[in-house]
Design a protein around this ligand. Structure first.
Ligand code: RIB
Ligand code: CA
Length: 313
């Protein structure tokens, strides 16, 4: 089976960084055509810089990184420095990247790639707000039918919200973009908080990174040490959810995950529940199923995959 061709759309973020490392460490499974940065956890100048820092850490400075949208389609940008720190990659000291940022706008890269690659052979992996993806779909509707699949991190149902009582951060930041993506008719796999909150770091799992005695292992351990303080304080959990790597792990070992093909709609009107992913888990409506909504993960298997692959870098 040839490797899956993907575009990672991202707002690094420590967990985004681990997702990018996992993808770049798995060339037999994944060919990263490009990484497109979007404003989210921190503003765009930082997310595009952080994406390049991670590619260099992976030893892949030839990876193409593009800067995309610096604000949601209609609303004001909301960021998450309270979780990820001022730089977005707080924890360890990081040198500025030396690899170049591509001149082309991320949205144009997404459009061009989907038009140039054979139809149905490119998967989009958005792990931040969906602004770049939705903007590409609006600007070039012809590319929608050419997307093989979208595997995204976002949303929540049983787990409810993490940025408001009802909304998960990626969807909340740009609910209008999310509505476009969830309504586009592209095969969609959703990794919501319902599953990512079962992929928690623990001391042993972080020690497994540190005991690699590699720069990557040390950085991932330092990032997760920093990143987990917020969730442990808020949820009283043993560790932090590694949200974004769930998308990449799904592409490599889908059998680690379980979910249900259901209808998922996005709230874009009510200020009270803005950005809520209204998941019809019990199929009580006749709204058509549009998403594989993932609810469970073999967490030990997920971390074993992560450790095995990151040890390669
Ligand atoms: O709610 C978790 C999501 O928001 C993750 O993608 C994290 O990186 C932040 O972007
Ligand atoms: Ca993210």
């Amino acid at each position: 089976m040839p490797p899956r061709k993907i575009i990672i759309d991202t707002d690094p973020g420590q967990d985004d960084a681990v997702a990018i490392l996992l993808a770049l460490a798995s060339p037999e499974d994944i060919e990263v055509l490009g990484i497109t940065a979007v404003a989210g956890n921190v503003p765009l100048p930082l997310t595009q810089k952080n994406a390049r820092i991670v590619c260099e850490l992976a030893g892949k400075p030839e990876t193409k990184v593009f800067a995309g949208c610096d604000a949601p389609m209609k609303r004001k940008l909301v960021t998450a420095e309270h979780v990820h720190g001022k730089t977005g990659l707080d924890g360890p000291q990081m040198a500025d990247p030396t690899m170049p940022l591509q001149d082309q706008h991320a949205v144009d890269f997404i459009i061009e790639t989907l038009r140039n690659e054979p139809c149905g052979t490119v998967t989009l992996c958005p792990i931040g707000p969906l602004t770049n993806i939705a903007t590409a779909f609006e600007r070039a509707p012809d590319i929608v039918a050419r997307v093989q699949e979208i595997v995204l991190m976002g949303g929540a149902y049983f787990e409810v919200g993490n940025i408001t009582p009802t909304a998960e951060f990626n969807i909340y930041v740009d609910p209008d973009a999310a509505k476009i993506v969830f309504g586009a008719g592209v095969p969609l796999v959703v990794m919501p908080l319902d599953v990512t909150h079962k992929a928690l770091t623990t001391r042993n799992r972080i020690d497994a990174f540190r005991s690699m005695h590699t720069k990557v292992g040390d950085m991932v351990a330092a990032w997760t040490d920093f990143f987990e303080r917020f969730d442990m304080e808020k949820y009283g959990s043993e560790g932090a959810p590694l949200h974004d790597p769930c998308t990449i792990a799904y592409l490599i070992e889908p059998q680690l995950f379980e979910g249900r093909h259901i209808n998922v709609e996005i709230e874009t009107e009510s200020e009270l529940t803005l950005g809520m992913t209204v998941a019809d888990w019990w199929r009580v409506t006749d709204r058509p199923a549009n998403a594989m909504f993932i609810k469970d993960v073999d967490a030990s298997g997920f971390y074993a995959l992560l450790a095995a692959r990151l040890a390669r870098l």
